[in-house]
Design a protein around this ligand. Structure first.
Ligand code: SF4
Ligand code: SF4
Length: 167
């Protein structure tokens, strides 16, 4: 088994809205075919992009793997690169993935407790929505505590993503 087969079905962080908020198309991508495959494209500056969590991700696999966009074909997170090069053992990488997925679940739980239930949005947007919402003074203490927990949990998640996936 290669690194992709070993790691990616156990991860999904680059497709499920945790690592990225969207994916931009590249020259050479066939926008019409990708839309027919289920991706909803929108203009982002000079390029087209689709939002994450990706509509073609089933929680484990890419539903359009053989026809996925160029950015998806070329992206390899740091963890995958280190496994492919032999620098990191697959079981160590799988432990990092499990730890980061657990941390993402903690963040999701806090977002839900703070009333942010829209799982269609990427995590950064859900976090921004919660933190920019005015605090109801009658719930002030509880909400403030939850927001504090959320900030710490997101901080830890970002640290793990930077350390293991984005380097
Ligand atoms: S973040 Fe890395 S290990 Fe996880 S699915 Fe993407 S490429 Fe695979
Ligand atoms: S097209 Fe496939 S590889 Fe690309 S983000 Fe969506 S599920 Fe992931």
């Amino acid at each position: 088994m290669n690194g992709i087969e070993q790691l990616c079905p156990n991860c999904g962080l680059c497709c499920n809205g945790v690592l990225f908020a969207d994916v931009e198309l590249r020259p050479g991508d066939d926008a019409r075919r990708l839309e027919e495959s289920g991706l909803k494209l929108a203009r982002k500056g000079r390029r087209q992009a689709f939002a994450q969590p990706c509509a073609c991700f089933d929680g484990k696999f890419c539903g359009i793997y053989s026809g996925r966009p160029l950015r998806c074909r070329t992206f390899e997170c740091g963890l995958l690169q280190r496994v492919q090069s032999g620098e990191l053992a697959p079981d160590r990488a799988l432990k990092s993935i499990a730890q980061t997925r657990r941390q993402a679940e903690i963040v999701r739980g806090l977002l839900r407790q703070l009333g942010q239930n829209d799982e269609r949005l990427p995590m950064t947007k859900r976090y921004a929505a919660v933190m920019s919402a005015p605090i109801d003074l009658s719930d002030c203490q509880i909400i403030s505590e939850r927001r504090g927990e959320l900030m710490l949990a997101v901080d830890e998640l970002m640290r793990q993503l930077q350390r293991d996936f984005l380097k």
